[in-house]
Design a binder for this molecule. Sequence first.
Ligand code: PLP
Length: 439
Amino acid sequence: MMLLGTQSVNAAGHLQVGGCDALELAAEFGTPLYVLDEAHLRATAQAYRRALAAHCRHSRVYYASKALTTTAVIAMMVEEGLAFDVASAGELQTALAAGADPADLLLHGNYKSSAEMRLALTSGVGRICVDSLSELAAWDALAGELGVRAGIYLRVNPNVQGDTHASISTGQIDSKFGLSIQSGAAEAAVAQALRARHLDLVGLHCHIGSQILEAQPFADAAAELADFAADLRTQHGLTLRELDLGGGLGIRYLPSHQPPSIAEFVGQVVETLRARLAEHDYPIPTLCLEPGRSLVGEAGLTLYTIGPVKPIPGVRTYVSVDGGLSDNPRPAMYQSPYHVFLADRPTAEADGIYTVAGKHCETDTLFPDVPLAAPAEGGILAVQSTGAYNYAMASNYNRLPRPAMVTVRDGQAEVIVARESVEDTLRSDRLPARLARRR
Ligand SMILES: Cc1ncc(COP(=O)(O)O)c(C=O)c1O
């Protein structure tokens, strides 16, 4: 069994997290329930800041808020001194509502609407990551109209691929994101940015993908960026002040997943970058990282109530739970594996292999072929490492209200996202006048 963060097995033999008994959490707050281990979250944020500070004088950690955007989570990260990657007006406004300094926000995206662009400049967002040539022109025009100078990064594509699912691989040349170094598009964008009257080209950005379990591809991308930066200095006299190497470090979904520690990962990437910059006699810029999954993923777990257990002799035994792809779409999207066990007896020996299915009107296989210890109706199933891209990607499929989220710390649990009600899911519905009149 894999225990993470502050998790332990308590005297009652139950899973405990943040000093709270998982069964008591399920009874008090209902299920499905997202549980966030606050001490683990904060320790991870500190580990990133410490690791970067150990290797470079000037650094910044942008939390990629897409992984888990709630006001409370952002407010905790603000306390930990992080900056924020936001990729929509919603993420931007959540960060501001949580008390983030607009100067600490970095706006991302391959499609930024004009409303999002205007909001970014009028609210004083510190950095904008530009993803295309047409976007570059649009920012220059808007900044001119508003009488501001916008600090920008260019998202470049280093043509480096990590070993991960194709849907979350973004560093290869065939990607909707970024401007290719190889094709010359990135250099053309730099030339255009330097001609722009209202833009300040501060740095470059790359993000090669997500859930990558080794540091080497990130180090390779860093070296590509260093070489490109040196070329730009030769060709355009530009010295970059900031370099942002994106996010993407993988986490432990299964005990067999062994990503490098944050300190090892940062050490290998930054030292590769420093060495390559030194070869070019290039000054070390402010170094930025943008972790999402590796900041919040392992700090989250989900509790479900087990429903019918249905053996199909000679085939498999299905264990139904009270959630599914609406609270965790990752198994359906990426066939992502998870580590699951019974919260009331985490150490019990498995008596067989089961397939956990969600309650949606789809196959909705959540966790195929997992060992479990005699799961029975009414039991509580714990799913590890659901902090990233679960709540953030949740939907109302089958009109299921989205689950609540509680933060646990020192034996105290507090709701940070209220459980939705069916009324909430009805709120945006409207009847055409013709139908409304008939009622
Ligand atoms: C631009 C950018 N930065 C950072 C991240 C965070 O990646 P991860 O959660 O894998 O750390 C993403 C994820 O999609 C991204 O698109």
